[in-house]
Each structure stands twice: as C-alpha cells, then as structure tokens.
Design a protein around this ligand. Structure first.
Ligand code: SF4
Length: 183
C-alpha cells in the first residue's frame, strides 16, 4: 500500500469513528487498531531499539503473580511463569527494548514521559481503545501522551476484563522479533 493510500485510510478511519456502530451494522469491516497499526508501522520500525517498549496492562498477569510493585516501573515481573508476560520481558531484553507492566493508563502516560519512550506496543480492550481515541490527541505523526509524541502499535485484548485477560501472544512475539512488520 502506498504511503498516500495508507494515510487516507488512517484519516478516514478516525473521521468515521463516531459512526462505527452504523458501519458494522451495514456489514462494513471496521478495525481501527489494524488500520492505525498499518499506518504507523514503518515509523515504529525506524525508532531505535532502546527507545521502544512493550507496555502490557496488569489484566494479563497471573493470579499467583510473584512480582513486586514499583511506583517508578510498575509491576516488576520475575518470570514466575504463571503468565506469559515473563517470556515477553525476556524477549524485550534480548531485543534491547524496554518492558513494563502498567497498572493504569495514567501510569503508562507517566512512564512514557519518564523513560524516554518514543514507540510502544500496548494492549487494551475495545472499551479502553475507544476511551483513548476520545481523550487523546492522535495525529499522523503519533499519539500525544502528556507532552510526548509516541508511535503506537496496539493489540486488542480478548475481553473487557481487568482480571485473567488474554492477548494473541504469538502476534506480540512476531511484532518484537520481526519488527512491527511481523503483524
Ligand atoms: S510471569 Fe511475571 S507478570 Fe506473570 S505472573 Fe509471573 S511474575 Fe507476574
């Protein structure tokens, strides 16, 4: 897809966002995360590894999680293997990326600011994504979180659930291993 075509698709997707229910009812496929990921992908890949991060939501951690919580860095995963966050942490370390598990959206915004993150893969449910679109400044150059512009890639969680949630972990593996082009 050419850059112009990708940009047009991106702008249209956000323009039609308030009409998404209607579009779905008349059978039009409307997946705003997929369109935004595709548009930002090349920009994401150009950011140096040290300024990239995976920031996962706490709804993905295991019930018997052994991690401590740090006000500075969020949930400090020790790879106890009660969930798959630990393997992602190791993958990020190998790739030279930062890795965090965040307890809230506001915490994530502060992390981005404090840790010099310029591109991030996050996971969120449909509800949080819609809330984010309504409350965040989204531009062709990235998403503005507080004073910082970040290039996002988003994975939608399996459910709207703050406990025992799930994502497509293999997709996340590919996104880290092969760059965002692994999608
Ligand atoms: S792997 Fe990490 S995040 Fe998952 S349950 Fe264990 S310590 Fe917690």
């Amino acid at each position: 897809m050419t850059q112009d075509c990708s940009r047009l698709k991106f702008v249209s997707a956000f323009f039609f966002f308030p009409m998404r229910s209607l579009l779905r009812r008349i059978g039009l496929r409307y997946d705003i995360s997929r369109i935004a990921n595709a548009y930002y992908r090349a920009k994401f890949d150009r950011i140096p590894a040290a300024e990239k991060a995976v920031i996962l939501p706490h709804c993905l951690i295991g019930e018997k999680c052994k991690a401590r919580f740090s006000k500075e860095d969020g949930v400090l995963c020790v790879n106890c293997k009660d969930c798959r966050c630990g393997e992602i942490r190791l993958l990020c370390e190998e790739a030279g990326w930062q890795f965090y598990i965040s307890p809230s959206t506001n915490f994530t915004k502060r992390l981005v600011q404090r840790k010099g993150i310029r591109a991030a893969i996050g996971a969120a449910c449909d509800f949080e994504i819609e809330k984010g679109i309504r409350s965040t400044r989204i531009t062709l150059r990235g998403v503005r979180l507080q004073q910082k512009k970040v290039i996002p890639q988003v994975i939608v969680t399996a459910r709207y659930d703050c406990l025992n949630n799930d994502i497509d972990w293999e997709l996340l593996h590919r996104m880290i291993r092969d760059g965002a082009g692994g999608v």
